[in-house]
Design a protein around this ligand. Structure first.
Ligand SMILES: [Fe+2]
Ligand SMILES: [Fe+2]
Length: 425
């Protein structure tokens, strides 16, 4: 069957009508969609609240609430199942000519299911799942004995390896002490804020506080699995990583004790999507490494931890802090701490990029694991931003939801590009 023919469009619509998973995911969707194959054709998707009313050729000049345009080659890659649709949107291979990226972000998993229904056209058999990754061979220490030591066998440490460069950097830049920050002016600045300004900052701080505790508690399985694999330089770097996360927990605790005041119910600021990410996705991706040391499991864990939690959400959170604190010129102690913390985090994200690239270089099929994980977590990351904004009307400090969703999308795209375009450093 020819792609982008009438028959093809009708089959796509029929597939959607049978797809209860898609229907469930799209039950809040109420906008029309136009898909354009650049210089070729355009297709109107009449989708409303989980129902596919029609997929038909668009009329000349027809408009819709959402217009997505891409070259035929891009659509073909997607319909062959070789390119993830949400990844293509994030990378800009599909151009969003009209419609809100915010709304699309909320419906990312639904959009994926929508396109998967088109991918199924012409596929006779369900695609065979990849074999479940078996526990890969591990280094000697899991057997309870060492055969040799690197540092006494002539090879020694590789100081040029990227993790060692990060390790040396961390010894210079990562030893700041949260106790030494001067927070003497911060408390009076805090008290001069309005109730809703304090509320939104407390919310942000409560998200960071739990986030730092989560990454501190959850990192160990990654260290262990790399140590078992004999990755001495990577483990050495991760010792500084964990030390820094511990200090970040301490830093936010100090803010609560000395600036904001004690609050026993900060978890009330943790919205459903935040909880999914920090209470479930992050710990489960990392604790999986205790049972499964496969490269697939490591890529999933590092993507969740370094690319999404640190590289996207935390970065977006710093942006919010800076927008607020620097625009007002207030709370210099907190601002300084966040600057130092962000510098630590940039090393953490750099390590994640290095690790994921190394694993993909060793096994190129892992690129799909990385992309799938990014696409799966994107809706949650976006929703945790929109849920934050939904709690305020009007939003204090003039913060705009659209700006932060766009910022997070840009961070996502940046992380994707760093993994997809580069060599390991
Ligand atoms: Fe941190
Ligand atoms: Fe971190």
């Amino acid at each position: 069957m020819d792609r982008f023919s009438q028959e093809w469009a009708q089959t796509w619509a029929a597939n959607l009508r049978e797809d209860t998973q898609w229907s469930e995911s799209a039950k809040e969707w109420k906008w029309s969609v136009l898909i354009r194959v650049r210089n070729e054709s355009a297709w109107y998707l009449d989708l409303f609240r989980g129902e596919c009313r029609a997929i038909r050729p668009a009329y000349e000049g027809e408009q819709a609430d959402f217009i997505l345009e891409a070259d035929r080659a891009v659509w073909d890659r997607i319909l062959d199942g070789d390119q993830r649709p949400m990844v293509a949107i994030m990378q800009g291979a599909i151009t969003l000519k009209k419609g809100s990226i915010l709304t699309l972000g909320r419906f990312a998993s639904s959009a994926t299911l929508l396109l998967e229904a088109a991918i199924r056209i012409g596929q006779k058999l369900p695609s065979t799942p990849e074999p479940v990754a078996s526990r890969r061979e591990v280094g000697t220490s899991e057997t309870g004995r060492h055969d040799h030591f690197r540092t006494t066998s002539g090879r020694g440490l590789d100081h040029d390896a990227f993790p060692m460069q990060l390790y040396h950097k961390a010894k210079r830049l990562g030893i700041w002490d949260p106790q030494q920050l001067d927070m003497s002016a911060d408390r009076s600045h805090w008290e001069a804020l309005t109730d809703s300004e304090r509320d939104v900052l407390t919310r942000l701080l409560a998200m960071f506080q739990a986030g730092e505790e989560a990454v501190t508690l959850d990192l160990l399985p990654l260290m262990r699995v790399l140590a078992l694999d004999g990755r001495l330089e990577e483990e050495m770097y991760l010792t500084t990583f964990l030390f820094e996360e511990a200090k970040h927990v301490e830093f936010f605790q100090r803010i609560f004790h000395e600036v904001v005041g004690q609050d026993e119910d900060l978890a009330r600021f943790h919205t459903p999507s935040y909880r999914r990410l920090f209470y479930e996705e992050l710990p489960s991706a990392l604790s999986r490494l205790d049972r499964d040391g496969s490269p697939e499991a490591i890529v999933e864990a590092s993507t969740t931890y370094n690319m999404v939690v640190e590289g996207t959400l935390a970065e977006t959170g710093y942006q919010a802090f800076y927008t607020v604190l620097e625009q007002r010129g207030i709370m210099p102690g907190v601002t300084e701490g966040i600057r130092l913390l962000q510098r630590d985090e940039s090393r953490h994200v750099a390590f994640g990029i290095y690790l994921i690239r190394r694993l993909i270089q060793e096994k190129p099929a892992l690129m799909g694991v990385f992309q799938d994980r990014m696409a799966a977590l994107m809706p949650l990351a976006m929703a945790s931003i929109t849920e934050l904004f939904a709690a305020y009307d009007p939003m204090p400090f003039g913060l705009k939801e659209e700006d932060f969703v766009q910022y997070a999308m840009d961070q996502f795209a940046k992380r994707m590009r760093r993994i997809e375009n580069g060599q390991i450093q």
